[in-house]
Design a protein around this ligand. Structure first.
Ligand SMILES: [Zn+2]
Length: 178
């Protein structure tokens, strides 16, 4: 991976917050706290991204849009991340590509750890309780639950397919004698 990390021109306080937030590839630029929520302005550390179609590395930034992503609560305060959604241009396949961040699933507005957290809670409490506690709509809670549920089913399926091919063909992918 090319790590084009830009200069460390942020304050020591932001370095500490970045460390506490513990999300890969991003740094805290600023932080705003109110009575019941905290929001972090983040920046992405890499200058470019890899094209998902041809694996070409590109730094040709086409446009940036701000997005707001919900993260796990801190001290019972709601946490929001303000992030840039960056679109690059790949010269090899002449396509515009939207950057994917490791800790957010494609097109989701929650971090993976927040969705996992909600999923675990749904298994313990009822959806209305979580909806009230998190200030999320009942449909949003259901949507998060279904998303994680689907993801787990898919991962489970992939794992059992791998195991099946291992048992059938052996470690070196050669067909075992009957
Ligand atoms: Zn490409």
């Amino acid at each position: 991976m090319v790590q084009n990390v830009t200069s460390n021109d942020f304050f020591p306080m932001n370095i500490r917050l970045t460390h506490l937030l513990n999300l890969p590839g991003v740094a805290v630029e600023s932080c705003h706290s109110s009575q019941d929520s905290v929001s972090f302005q983040l920046r992405v550390l890499t200058k470019g991204t890899y094209c998902p179609h041809c694996r070409n590395y590109t730094e040709e930034l086409h446009q940036t849009r701000p997005i707001l992503v919900r993260d796990v609560p801190v001290d019972s305060k709601e946490v929001y991340l303000k992030l840039p959604r960056r679109q690059f241009y790949c010269r090899v396949c002449q396509r515009y590509i939207t950057e994917r961040l490791q800790f957010i699933d494609w097109r989701r507005r929650y971090t993976q750890r927040y969705e996992e957290n909600i999923y675990t809670q749904v298994n313990r409490f009822n959806i209305e309780q979580i909806s009230q506690q998190q200030h999320l709509g009942v449909e949003q809670v259901k949507n998060i639950f279904n998303h994680i549920n689907q993801k787990r089913k898919k991962q489970h399926l992939e794992l059992s397919e791998k195991r099946y091919s291992y048992e059938k063909y052996g470690k070196n992918n050669k067909k075992l004698s009957p």
